[in-house]
Design a protein around this ligand. Structure first.
Ligand code: 4AD
Ligand code: MG
Length: 435
């Protein structure tokens, strides 16, 4: 049978009453005196397979000792209606074949600690909660891709091996690059996207980015996936408007297509529904500092916002909140100085509610050659590594802006996951590089 004629579990509601064959893995099995149940997962969904004494052929029962957690099996049976599961169907088994045995699968339905599970990440990915997290992550990526495609963006992939520091010089992974000295793993694709706007106007990239920060928080990964966009002829305001439209679109589509998975994760959708409908909060940095002090936090004008401050703001508003125009001293060299307040830059971080912190960092970029060069020097970066970047300000420089979404932070918020390590298939943390 050609691959695209094979039926998957998620397609079964259109095949009520038909006899079909499914292949997958045993998620669970249960038996009573007359009836046996198998939870069969094939990647598209999970279905309950039913064996009834006296109705199902005896041979199917003989295989029962091999029907263990994560055994691979093929089942022929008839699709019938059911109260169980998300699809309202189950399978009345006729014939079962063992495809791949599974003995003593190490992850059992009992509670396991995070260290044990992370060590078995290659198997843990099969668990029900994990499957739901990655279905949601997939929907988020797809919605973002669809938004960009419909908004006339071109995908321009950026390199991972780089010489130019994009963000914080202290957080770089370095390696030897042939005879050319030190290369760094990219912290961002932004500088390369900036080059691409002059060819394509609106561009985006999506790939792994690397931060060698020694942070062991629930929000930090050493390797994370970033969705970055860059737009010619956009100022900071346009940048923020676009981000809000994009996040709202993602939320609406997750709420529409991933209801079941949100339920599996016991994610209360109320905060997501609110953010999908109501305008996001927009707060000037100075007002954010004043508000935080009123809410009992101690933060002075000029300080960067820390994770606890972001949590307080998120809880106060219960909606995503843009904090705009931070002090120049706490932000990266490429951000455009605010012409009215030279101690500030035209930027915005989007803070998620419910304690998930900054999910987007974005800004309008410095478009003027001399000013940009001066900022590079002030930041202590070697100008010779930025000669190509400065060329962008020599040949047709224009107002432009862009942003980067931390995919795992966004997924963490939407799926209601406490620690970001569960939002990426194989997390790279300070203390973990395996599997
Ligand atoms: O704020 P950041 O550092 O911004 C940039 O890298 C810009 N160059 C993006 C751009 O304008 N094109 O990072 C962007 C986002 C943050 O808001 C956060 O969501 C996420 O990336 N992020 C991390 N996620 C997980 N682990 C880490 N260590 C992260 N560092 C940043
Ligand atoms: Mg940031």
């Amino acid at each position: 049978m050609r691959w695209n004629q094979r039926l998957l579990i998620s397609q079964l509601p259109q095949h009520l009453g038909e006899e079909v064959e499914l292949k997958g893995w045993v998620q669970f099995s249960r038996k009573s005196s007359k009836i046996r149940f198998i939870g069969l997962r094939d990647g598209s969904a999970t279905i309950q397979v039913v064996l009834v004494k006296g109705e199902t052929p005896e041979e199917a029962f003989e295989l029962w000792p091999d029907i263990r957690q994560e055994a691979a099996i093929a089942v022929r049976g008839v699709v019938t209606q059911s109260q169980q599961g998300p699809f309202g169907v189950e399978l009345q088994a006729r014939q079962i074949r063992l495809l791949g045995a599974s003995v003593d699968y190490p992850i059992t339905p009992k509670e396991h600690g995070p260290d044990f599970l992370l060590g078995l990440r290659h198997l843990w990915l099969r668990s029900k909660r994990q499957v739901s997290i990655f279905k949601i992550r997939d929907q988020v990526i797809r919605s973002i891709g669809a938004f960009f495609a419909e908004s006339q963006f071109t995908k321009m992939d950026s390199p991972i091996l780089t010489t130019a520091v994009g963000e914080d010089p202290s957080g770089l992974f370095a390696l030897d690059y042939f005879d050319l000295g030190t290369a760094y793993l990219a912290q961002t694709g932004q500088l390369y996207l900036e080059a691409s706007i002059f060819a394509h106007g609106r561009v985006f990239c999506f790939g792994p980015t690397f931060r060698a920060e020694k942070s062991k928080t629930r929000r930090h990964l050493a390797e994370f996936w970033m969705l970055e966009a860059e737009m010619a002829f956009f100022d900071s305001q346009d940048n923020i408007d676009l981000q809000e439209d994009l996040i709202r679109r993602v939320l609406r589509e997750v709420l529409k297509h991933c209801r079941y998975h949100l339920e599996v994760l016991e994610r209360n959708p109320a905060a997501l529904e609110r953010a999908a409908e109501e305008p996001f909060v927009r707060l000037d940095y100075g007002d954010a500092v004043r508000l935080l002090n009123k809410l009992g936090e101690s933060i002075s004008y000029g300080d960067d916002l820390g994770a606890p401050h972001e949590t307080v703001l998120g809880e106060h508003f219960g909606l995503p909140c843009f904090v705009m125009d931070y002090p120049k001293a706490v932000k990266a060299f490429y951000m455009k100085e605010d012409p009215e307040r030279p101690d500030r830059v035209k930027c915005a971080d989007l803070i998620a509610p419910e304690g998930h912190g900054e999910i987007i960092g974005g800004s309008q970029r410095e478009a003027e050659l001399e000013r940009l060069l001066q900022r590079i020097v002030e930041a202590g970066l070697p100008p010779e590594n930025y000669d190509w970047y400065l060329d962008l300000r020599r040949y047709g420089s224009v107002e432009h802006a862009g942003f980067g979404i931390g995919l795992e932070r966004l997924v963490g918020w939407i799926a209601g996951i406490h620690h970001i390590r569960e939002a990426i298939p194989f997390p790279r943390l300070m203390e973990r590089l395996k599997p």
